[in-house]
Ligand binder design. Structure first.
Ligand code: NAD
Length: 450
C-alpha cells in the first residue's frame, strides 16, 4: 500500500477522536476533500467510461486509482510497449481491450474521456487529437513540451470546448485549498516573497530508471515512441530515462518545478506567465550523458513579487513552500500547512538607541515603554496554527474533479490555460538556463525573448 493511502472513514475516525486536543495544540486535521460520495452501485447512465494512453510509471498509478472511484470504468488501454498491455489487464481485468494505436481509443464510441500519461514530447499531439475527436482528456504535467505546443493545445481546447485537465494533482488537494483560503483571508498581509524547493539524492530520484528487461523493437513500437524527434537506433535507456534529454522531456523544470509552480499559482490565485525569469544550474552530479541540468535554481517575477524556486537532484531536502508576508509566514509541505504570525512591530526599544548617551537613552527607553508596553495580563500572544492533511500527491481527488467535470460539464481549475501558464514558467526557466540570461514571455509574438 502506498505510504499515503488511508481510507476516508479511518481518517475521519482519527479526526473526531482528537479534535479537542488538536485544537488546544493548534493542530487541525483537514478533511481529505472530495467525498467520492456517489451512491454505489452507480446507474449505467451515470457511469463515466474512460480509456487510458500510457500505462507506465504514472499511468499505472492513475489507472489503479481511477478504477477505485465510484461510477468510473476503464474500457480500453493503449501503450506502445506490450508489457504495459499486460500490466493494464492485471490492474483492470484480463479481458481489457488493449492496443498500440491511440487512434483506436479516439474512434471508440464507448469512451467519453481519456487519461494520457505519456512522455512530454507526446502530450500536444494526443491532447489535440483527443479534443478534436470529441473526447475530454486528463493529460499529465507539464502540459506542453514547448511553448508553441502549449499555444496550440489552448487553442484546440477552446475551439472544441472539451474538458482538459492537467495532472499537477496538488491543485485538488485539501492542503493547497486550505493555503489558498488562508491567503484569500489576508492572513499574510502583503505578500513579499515566495520560495519553493525540493531535493533528491538517489539514482531513482535522478531518473536513472531500469528499463524493462524484455524491451525490444519487437515488444515496443520504438518508431512511434520517438514521435517527431529525429530518429535514433533503439535504446532502452532512452525509453526508460527520457526525462534526462530535452528532446523528450523538460528537465527538472517540467518534471518537478511544474508542481511547485502549479501549487503556487493555485494558492495565490495567479493565472499568468511570470513577467521575468532568471535561472542558473548545471549537470553537477549525474554525468550520465543527460543534457538537462540536475541542479536548477530560478528566480521568477510574478506581479511585483519575487518567487525563488530551487531543484536539486544532488542533495535530499524536503519539498516545501514558504509564502512570506507582512503578517507572517505560511509554510506548506506535502501533508502540512503551518502559519506563523508576525506582528511586524518592535517589541523592545530600538537597539539603535544603544548608541545614545546614557541619559538620553534612559529618557528614550522610558518613553518607549510608556507608549508601547501592554497592560499586564493583556500581552498579545499571536498563535501559530498547523493543519495536517493527506498527501498532496494523492491523485484520487484530482481524478475525481476531472470525472465530475466530465459528468457535469463544469470547468476544472487546472485547465489548458492554467496548465499552459505553469508549463510556460518551466520553459522560461529552461530557456534562461540555456541562454544564460533573463528571459520573458512575449504574448504578442508568443515567443520567449531575452
Ligand atoms: N503528476 C505526477 O505526479 C507525475 C508523476 C510521474 C510522471 N508524471 C508525468 O506522466 C507522464 C508519463 O510519465 P511516466 O513516468 O509514466 O513515463 P513512462 O515512460 O513510465 O510511461 C510512459 C508510457 O507511455 C507510452 N507511450 C509513449 N508514447 C505513446 C504513444 N504515442 N501512444 C501510446 N503510448 C505511448 C510508453 O510506451 C510508456 O509505457 C509524463 O508527462 C510525466 O511528466 C506525472
Amino acid at each position: 500500500m502506498p505510504r499515503n493511502r488511508f481510507s476516508r472513514r479511518k481518517f475521519l475516525g482519527i479526526s473526531a477522536g482528537v479534535t479537542g486536543a488538536a485544537l488546544a495544540a493548534k493542530t487541525i486535521l483537514l478533511d481529505p476533500g472530495p467525498a467520492f460520495a456517489l451512491p454505489t452501485p452507480v446507474s449505467a447512465s451515470d457511469r463515466v467510461r474512460f480509456g487510458i494512453i500510457g500505462i507506465g510509471m504514472q499511468g499505472s498509478s492513475l489507472l489503479e486509482n481511477a478504477i477505485q472511484l465510484p461510477g468510473i470504468e476503464c474500457v480500453a488501454a493503449c501503450d506502445l510497449y506490450d508489457g504495459r498491455h499486460t500490466l493494464a489487464k492485471e490492474i483492470v481485468n484480463p479481458d481489457l481491450p488493449t492496443t498500440r494505436r491511440y487512434q483506436d481509443l479516439l474512434n471508440n464510441k464507448d469512451i467519453q474521456c481519456l487519461i494520457a500519461a505519456v512522455p512530454d514530447h507526446w502530450h500536444k499531439q494526443i491532447v489535440v487529437d483527443a479534443v478534436n475527436a470529441g473526447k475530454d482528456i486528463y493529460c499529465e504535467k507539464p502540459m506542453s513540451h514547448t511553448p508553441a505546443d502549449g499555444v496550440e493545445m489552448v487553442a484546440a481546447a477552446q475551439k472544441t470546448g472539451r474538458i482538459v485537465q492537467i495532472g499537477s494533482q496538488r491543485v485538488s488537494s485539501a492542503i493547497c485549498a486550505k493555503a489558498k483560503e488562508l491567503v484569500a483571508q489576508g492572513v499574510l498581509g502583503d505578500v513579499m516573497l515566495v520560495e519553493g524547493s525540493l531535493g533528491r539524492n538517489d539514482p531513482t530520484g535522478a531518473w536513472e530508471y531500469p528499463p524493462p528487461p524484455d524491451l525490444s523493437p519487437q515488444t515496443l513500437d520504438w518508431e512511434t515512441w520517438q514521435g517527431t524527434v529525429p530518429k535514433r537506433a533503439f535504446d532502452p535507456y532512452t525509453f526508460a530515462r527520457w526525462r534526462c534529454w530535452k528532446e523528450y522531456g523538460t528537465g527538472v523544470a517540467g518534471d518537478l518545478l511544474v508542481h511547485l509552480v502549479s501549487g503556487m499559482q493555485y494558492i495565490l490565485g495567479i493565472n499568468e506567465a511570470p513577467k521575468q525569469v532568471m535561472s542558473m544550474g548545471g549537470i553537477l552530479r549525474w554525468k550520465d550523458g543527460r543534457n538537462m541540468p540536475d541542479v536548477h535554481a530560478t528566480l521568477f517575477e510574478y506581479g511585483q513579487v519575487p518567487v525563488y524556486m530551487r531543484l536539486n537532484l544532488g542533495t535530499e531536502t524536503p519539498e516545501i513552500y514558504r509564502f512570506m508576508g507582512s503578517k507572517g509566514i505560511l509554510e506548506v509541505t506535502e501533508k502540512t500547512l503551518t502559519f506563523t504570525p508576525q506582528r511586524g512591530v518592535d517589541d523592545s526599544p530600538s537597539y539603535y538607541a544603544n548608541s545614545f548617551p546614557r541619559a538620553m537613552y534612559r529618557e528614550y527607553a522610558q518613553k518607549w515603554h510608556m507608549e508601547h508596553d501592554p497592560v499586564p495580563g493583556q500581552e498579545p500572544t499571536p498563535k501559530g496554527i498547523t493543519y495536517v492533511g493527506i498527501s498532496w500527491d494523492d491523485v484520487k481527488p484530482h481524478l475525481w474533479n476531472f470525472f465530475q467535470a466530465v459528468r457535469t460539464r463544469k470547468p476544472v481549475v487546472e485547465d489548458a490555460v492554467f496548465g499552459h501558464h505553469a508549463a510556460l514558467a518551466c520553459h522560461l526557466a529552461n530557456e534562461s538556463y540555456f541562454r544564460k540570461s533573463a528571459v520573458y514571455w512575449d504574448e504578442g509574438t508568443k515567443t520567449i525573448k531575452s
